[in-house]
Design a binder for this molecule. Sequence first.
Ligand code: PCA
Length: 330
Amino acid sequence: MRKKHLKIHATSGALLGMLMALSPAVLAEKWDMPMAYSATNYHSAVGAEFAECVTTGTSGSIEIVTHPSGALFKGAEIKRAVQTGQVPIGERLLSGHQNENILYGFDSIPFLATSFGDSEKLWKAAKPAIERLLDSQNLMLLYSVPWPPQGMYFKQAVNSVDDMRGLKFRSYNNATARLAELTGMAPVQIEAADISQAFATGVVETMISSGATGYDRKVWESLTHFYTVDAWLPRNYVMVNKDIWLRTTEDDRSVILGCGRLAEYAGLWRAREYTGFTLNGLRAGGMSVGPAGEALTMQLKEIGKVMTSEWLESAGEEGRSIIEAFEAMR
Ligand code: PCA
């Protein structure tokens, strides 16, 4: 999938060989970049801008081509594909790796960081540990962009946890699955790309996610209520295979890092903007959108406490120091 082609046309094989030996910069590489979320979502838009920035900035010596909507690899397959060099670069939901290491779930601790501002602080606190973890898995972290705050979707009004018991719940990571267990729901892991179908066919009937994902997948076709619980703001991140990274020229690397910083900045602002836009979009689709009632909010906070202590217990010293560093920044 990683195709190399010559940018210059050489007629002589000898000349070609000489150029290849002397100047790796004349080789143009195509980097396929799998992404799991819909092409219209801002994560994918930022990814496309990042790709263009790199392609232009390296004068085409590295051409990045994004493949949104899980078209090349599904979300759950992307990290492995990059780790093993099947593709050089890709985007994935960070907390999707919590089953590999508890630290990856730092951004899905209920009610710890519930605003964009706090989410950035928490990211700053966790980033060194996450970079180390990824590095130990042959990956280089390039940039990361948050999702909007997570709320709960239903197909009827829900006023307490009792109303949730027995529902079939769409999960996307360990924290969401645990939330389902603690509220008596049955979790089924489903990729964002497959949500509309899953709701339409009744495979699931509720979920926690952002207004953004509900909007992207037109969930008003099946669901009626979105409660803006603001439970947490999970993050996507873009990773590069470390072997491939180390083989790129220093000039190209600095372009890629610069484009990554721009993408992170642009992504955060787009996330903020997309939040209000998509909540209005859900309303326009006919959904009731607003905060959860007091009783449900209090019950969810109690469940949040359980999940927080479970996370802290398994994450040990390293987890605690992330939370402490975050608290110190607030
Ligand atoms: N959307 C993604 C992850 C978090 C979010 O808001 C999803 O539901 O899969």
